[in-house]
Design a protein around this ligand. Structure first.
Ligand code: 5GP
Ligand code: ZN
Length: 148
C-alpha cells in the first residue's frame, strides 16, 4: 500500500504492526512526530517512559538501512531521549536496537528503544559477560571485520 504522509511518500507493509500505527490504523501513545520519525510509548513499559523511535519508512531493522535512512532516524534520538529524560526525571537511559530474533527483535520494523533507568533494581537487565582479553584474537577479529 502506498500512501501519503504530508509530503513524504511512505511504503506501508500491511502485516507490520508499526506500519499500522504509522498509518493511524491502530492507536499509540505518541510523544513526538515529524516527517521522518514517530516516537510512541512501548506498550509493555519495561520502565516508566519506555519509548520507541520509529522511522516512517519500513525497514526490517538497522542492519538493512542505508546511511541516509539511518541518519534521519538517529538525528532524532537525542531530542526524543532528552524529552523522555526531562519528563521522567530518570537518572540515565539505555538506547537499544535489537536486530533479528537472536538479538531479541520481535517487531520487524526498525525501532530504537529508549529505556529510562531509575536504579540497578529496575526492570531492565542487561548482562555483558566479560572475558579475559586475548590480544592476538582481538587483532585477528578486527582484521577480519576491517576487510569484510
Ligand atoms: P523488539 O523486541 O522488536 O526490540 O521490540 C518490540 C517492542 O514493541 C516490544 O517492546 C513490544 O512491547 C512493543 N510493541 C509490540 N506491539 C506493540 C503495539 O502494538 N504498540 C506499542 N506501543 N508497542 C508494541
Ligand atoms: Zn513497518
Amino acid at each position: 500500500i502506498i500512501s501519503k504522509f504530508n509530503t513524504l511518500e511512505v511504503v506501508f507493509m500491511s502485516d507490520c504492526i508499526f506500519c499500522k500505527i504509522l498509518a493511524g490504523e491502530i492507536p499509540a501513545a505518541k510523544v513526538y512526530e515529524d516527517e521522518q520519525v514517530l516516537a510512541f510509548l512501548d506498550i509493555s513499559q519495561v520502565t516508566p517512559g519506555h519509548t520507541l523511535v520509529v522511522p516512517k519508512e519500513h525497514h526490517r531493522n538497522l542492519l538493512e538501512m542505508d546511511a541516509a535512512s539511518a541518519s534521519q532516524l538517529f538525528a532524532k534520538v537525542p531530542l526524543v531521549s532528552q524529552k523522555v529524560m526531562t519528563a521522567t526525571k530518570a537518572k540515565g537511559m539505555n538506547i537499544i536496537a535489537n536486530c533479528e530474533e537472536v538479538a531479541g527483535q520481535t517487531v520487524f520494523h526498525t525501532h530504537v528503544h529508549l529505556v529510562p533507568r531509575y536504579g540497578a533494581d529496575d526492570d531492565l537487565k542487561i548482562d555483558f559477560v566479560a572475558h579475559e582479553p586475548d590480544f592476538d584474537k582481538l587483532a585477528q577479529v578486527a582484521e577480519t571485520i576491517k576487510n569484510a
